[in-house]
Write a new protein. Structure first.
Length: 323
């Protein structure tokens, strides 16, 4: 399918059913809250790219944007210069997490329990690694690939030289996202409402931080770690010097994806069909920006434009950002 500029383009996919169960309620661990802005920016996307049913994970290499599409079981390549879909790589139904690193693309396949390695130059699958059931979040560094295993509550470390699992950590129920920052690996466990910090040199868990309902997306600024809480409808700010939550910022409905870019922290307000910026100097949530689709999940920044996967619309939106 090709890219279509303007707000009228929509995928015809039926909405994908939610894969996010509700955890049991738990009290807030951080009483401070900053109220969200009430205004919404209704800017039209610069482009709306139809990619297929259920796009979630998104990553970039020097010459391409890549998207994991859950229900078609593909990793889709997009030319960022033309907004055209150029290639579709079958990986299996349930493609969800995606990362670029160690000279490869890494896609987690929720249904088959695999991490799929793709050569971005040849656009071919070069390895399939058995992770156990329901792999989800993926982070790739120079010497390791980290994958959350939702069903077993684990974080797996994979050696990209051998494509073998070299460490397995128990990090709580339903781990979802994983990211690298502050010389550590950070993972969120949705069902246990915790944030885990791991030392990649020793594979030891350095800290287990009690968070809010349903922690998911992770982002980093110079002095903070940011976590979106999909069930609590807020965002936690964590001080990496103390591993303590220092503020909780009220968000929109079902905050999920996080991205630090352009001097701001961006959160996907999945239930509102918007993305919104946080000013890290004031912890203030700015006006939401509509994405032209439903259920925005993941984001990246390229050439000062925000790329967002709209899961239930089957599209990727490219947004010009207000200054």
């Amino acid at each position: 399918m090709s890219a279509t500029a303007g707000p009228t383009a929509r995928a015809t996919a039926s909405p994908a059913p939610s894969t996010t169960p509700s955890p049991s309620p738990r009290p807030s661990s951080t009483p401070t809250a900053t109220a969200p802005a009430s205004t919404v920016e209704a800017a039209e996307p610069a482009a709306t790219i139809e990619v297929g049913y259920g796009p979630i994970g998104i990553a970039q290499t020097s010459d391409a944007i890549w998207v994991a599409v859950y229900w078609t079981g593909e990793v889709v390549r997009i030319d960022p210069a033309t907004y055209q879909v150029t290639d579709r790589i079958p990986v299996g139904i349930g493609a969800i997490g995606l990362a670029a690193g160690a000279d490869a693309l890494w896609a987690s396949v929720h249904e088959s329990g695999e991490l799929v390695r793709i050569d971005p130059k040849s656009k071919e699958v070069v390895a399939r690694i058995d992770t156990g059931p329901q792999p989800e979040g993926v982070a790739a560094t120079e010497d390791a690939v980290w994958v959350t295993g939702e069903e077993k509550g684990q974080l797996l470390r994979i050696d990209p030289q051998t494509n073998e699992i070299v460490a397995t950590l128990d990090i709580g129920r339903e781990p979802r996202h994983v990211a690298a920052g502050f010389d550590s690996i950070w993972a969120t466990s949705y069902g246990s409402a915790i944030i885990s910090r791991i030392d990649p040199q020793t594979n030891d868990i350095l800290a287990t931080i009690e968070g809010e309902f349903g922690p998911e997306g992770i982002a980093f600024t110079d002095d903070a770690v940011w976590v979106a809480n999909v069930r609590a409808n807020n965002i936690s700010r964590v001080d990496p010097a103390t591993d303590a939550i220092t503020n909780t910022i009220a968000g929109g409905q079902a905050n999920e994806g996080m991205l630090a870019a352009d001097g701001r922290v961006w959160v996907a307000l999945t239930g509102d069909g918007q993305v919104a910026p946080i000013d890290p100097s004031t912890d203030t949530l700015g006006a939401g920006i509509t994405t032209g689709g439903t259920s925005p999940r993941r984001m990246l920044m390229r050439d000062k434009r925000l790329w967002v996967t709209n899961t239930d619309s089957g599209t990727v939106a490219v947004l010009d950002l207000p200054r």
